[in-house]
Every structure is written in structure tokens, then in C-alpha cells.
Design a protein around this ligand. Structure first.
Ligand code: C5P
Length: 394
């Protein structure tokens, strides 16, 4: 980060108070920070605080008494622009090219990479309009710094908290470190749950969110790999120039997509929570409520991991996951052998903050050599980076 010129755009959210420590951290890392604020942001934190911390005047208008703040010049000056907090309004303006304040004006003129760290209430965050704006911005190549889950200023609990300043700095550092150590590598990743239909209305599914597999896909894509992401019915919709998204619903579809793609890939990563059984017969009409008990006959689904393990060639790597509730290490070792993985990533539902739907995970990696590495509880992005570093070692 040393010597990097960073524009920090602050829009009007209560999370604006965190922008003070963010600017401080950036400066501590050796960056030059130019703060821009929307007029609404100045209601939450004073420009004086930010100008004192950043040692530069803060701009909150496109023009000021000193003259016209040249947004084109600022847009060209910066090595990166980070908008934190990015409110729902600011996201909407940026996504649509509206240009009515100093942040939106500089954004449109910027030629540097742009990062945005949204902050808003859970319902505002989940609203399809906000989600569409976020995807729109990602499709322009802008980088989303994911929101966290927790208590919100409204008193509600859910997604929408701005990432912590340390996380935002970590994202920027990772970007500038620009490891392109996976350039030329092709990877197929399975992620998310599968849904096995019972009738036209119902299915058997599981609680997987797809977050871990998507985070691995994004880290690899950032580091230059070409990723084919076979994603079950997850709410996530990653957008990245290096990620080709293949959407599937059932274990059978995931199996076909994964086996069809594996031969041409260097690496296969099986992070999906695949149903082990599916209904033998799928009713073509909604099953009616009749007797007190209903039995559904199930049959095994294909084991994608085991099939790929069988056809794995020299030079190809296969990485699997084990989510366990008990007897963790023994179960994981068994899967490592049976499925012919090069290593297996174990997470236990007994660890707080690990497993389904969390933003964090705590993993242990088991190698074929018998080596076992335990990692701390970290954000799924940081865990993904650990897994990718482990792959690089091989
Ligand atoms: O379900 P199980 O615990 O055996 O999953 C272990 C590993 O096998 C995971 O990496 C999972 O993605 C993979 N798997 C698969 N196809 C299945 C079941 C599991 O690829 N049908």
C-alpha cells in the first residue's frame, strides 16, 4: 500500500464513523488518502475529523469557494477508489451513472479500480433494487467488499453491516499484492446445495449457502485462474470476468456439469453440499395429503467427488470438503482416501461460526501425507485464500 493514492468516498450512513479508522489505517499502511464526502455524510462525521486524519482538505461539493474541485483530475490521480460506506442511494446512483455529487462525479471519471463497501439496513440490502444495483456495479468490474451479518443501527439483526476497516484494508492489500500465480490455470468448482424434486412443488435440499465455494472461486479468479463454477440453487450470483457460472439444480445435473468439465481442468474443488439420496419417483402432480404417514423411497445420487477421483490424471489436483458433526478427523481421513482427494478441508458444525450460512469458517486441512493443519476462525474470503495458498504449495 506504500505510496498508493487512494480516494475514500464516504456517503451518508451511520457506518460513516468507521471511515475515520479506515482512513487512519490506510495512512498507517503508507497510502495517501483523499477523502470525498456526500453532503449527507457530513451529518454523521465532520470533514474536520477526516481532513485532520488524512492531512488533506476534504471535498464534499463538486465546487467550493476555492473553486471547482476537478473531479477528472482526481479520477486520474488515484490508484484506487473506495466508497465506504456505500449507501443504497449511492449504489443506485453509481449503478445508473447519475452524477450529482463529488463522489459520483469522481466515480464516473475514475480510471482506477473501484471498491465499494455497502452499509444499510437488512431489508434495504435484500431489496431486489439494491441487489440489482450491486450486480450492475460488479458487471462494470467494480469490486464488492461484502457486508457483514450482525446487529444493525435500526436494532434489527441481519446482513447489511459495513465490513470492518481492517477487512477493507485487507481487500485493498490483496488487490495491490496482485498475485497472479494462477494465471493459465483452469479450475472447476462445485458449490452450493442441490435440490432433489419430489413433485412439481417440493424438493429435498439442505442449508448450504454456497458462500465458501463462491469465495474460493473469487480468490482464484482474482489470482488469474479461469474458473468454471458449477453452482447449485444458491442466492449468490458472482460476477467476475474470470468466472463462468454454470447453474444447476440437482445432484445429477451437478454431476454431469462437473464430469463434463473436469478433463480439461488442472484443478477440481468440490465444495458443494450434494444430496446423497434423491426420490426414486418424482410425482408429476403435487402429492396430496392423505394417510397419516408417507414414505418416500430414495436412491443414491452419483458421488461427483468419487467419480472425479477415479478419472483424475497425473498433474490434476482434486480438493474436497468434509462437513462433520462428530468423529471429524476420522471421517475426513476416510473421505480423503475413498474419493482420492489431494487434500480435504474439514469443518465441524461443533465449531462456533463454522459451516452453513456463516460469513466465517474454521477449517482443518488434511493432506495425503498425513500432515494436518488447523486454521483459526476467519472470514470465508480469508479462509478461501488459505485454501488457495495450500493448493499453490502442491
Ligand atoms: O457428502 P460427503 O460428506 O461425502 O461430501 C464430501 C465431499 O464429497 C465434498 O467435497 C462434496 O462436495 C463431495 N461430494 C460430491 N458428490 C456427492 C457427495 C459429496 O462431490 N454426491
Amino acid at each position: 500500500m506504500k505510496g498508493k493514492k487512494i480516494i475514500l468516498g464516504i456517503s451518508g450512513s451511520i457506518a460513516a464513523y468507521k471511515a475515520a479508522s479506515l482512513s487512519r489505517l490506510l495512512i498507517k499502511c503508507g497510502a495517501e488518502v483523499q477523502v470525498l464526502m456526500t453532503p449527507a455524510a457530513t451529518d454523521f462525521i465532520t470533514p474536520l475529523t477526516l481532513s485532520t486524519l488524512s492531512k488533506r482538505p476534504v471535498f464534499s461539493k463538486v465546487s467550493s469557494e476555492e473553486g471547482w474541485n476537478n473531479h477528472v483530475e482526481l479520477g486520474l490521480w488515484a490508484d484506487a477508489m473506495i466508497i465506504a460506506p456505500a449507501t443504497a442511494t449511492t449504489l443506485a446512483k453509481l449503478a445508473n451513472g447519475l452524477c450529482d455529487n463529488v463522489i459520483t462525479a469522481v466515480y464516473l471519471s475514475a480510471r482506477c479500480p473501484v471498491f465499494f463497501a455497502p452499509a444499510m439496513d437488512v431489508d434495504m440490502w435484500k431489496h431486489p433494487a439494491t441487489q440489482r444495483n450491486v450486480q450492475q456495479l460488479q458487471s462494470y468490474g467494480n469490486h464488492l467488499i461484502p457486508v457483514g451479518h450482525g446487529e444493525l443501527a435500526s436494532g434489527l439483526v441481519g446482513e447489511g453491516r459495513m465490513a470492518e476497516p481492517e477487512d477493507i484494508v485487507a481487500h485493498l492489500q490483496a488487490f495491490f499484492a496482485k498475485k497472479t500465480d494462477f494465471t493459465g490455470k483452469k479450475v472447476v468448482i462445485t458449490a452450493g446445495p442441490t435440490y432433489e424434486p419430489l413433485d412439481p412443488v417440493r424438493f429435498i435440499g439442505n442449508r448450504s449457502s454456497g458462500k465458501m465455494g463462491v469465495a474460493i472461486a473469487e480468490v482464484l479468479a482474482d489470482r488469474g485462474a479461469k474458473v468454471r463454477l458449477v453452482l447449485g440453487p444458491s442466492k449468490l450470483m458472482p460476477v467476475h470476468p474470470n468466472i463462468e457460472l454454470i447453474r444447476v439444480q440437482t445432484a445429477q445435473q451437478m454431476y454431469e456439469a462437473a464430469t463434463h468439465n473436469f478433463e480439461q481442468q488442472h484443478i477440481g474443488i468440490l465444495a458443494a453440499a450434494v444430496a446423497d439420496y434423491r426420490p426414486i419417483d418424482v410425482a408429476d402432480k403435487k402429492i396430496k395429503k392423505k394417510s397419516d404417514k408417507l414414505s418416500i423411497a430414495l436412491e443414491k445420487t452419483p458421488d461427483i467427488a468419487a467419480s472425479l477421483g477415479k478419472v483424475k490424471q497425473k498433474g490434476q489436483l482434486l480438493i474436497g470438503f468434509a462437513l462433520e458433526t462428530n468423529n471429524e478427523l476420522d471421517n475426513a481421513k476416510g473421505k480423503l482416501e475413498r474419493k482420492n482427494f489431494d487434500f480435504i478441508v474439514l469443518n465441524s458444525l461443533r465449531d462456533k461460526g463454522a459451516g452453513f450460512n456463516h460469513d466465517t469458517n474454521k477449517i482443518t486441512i488434511l493432506h495425503r501425507s498425513g500432515e494436518v493443519k488447523a486454521f483459526d476462525l476467519k472470514s470465508k474470503t480469508a479462509v478461501a485464500a488459505d485454501i488457495v495458498n495450500e493448493i499453490r504449495e502442491l
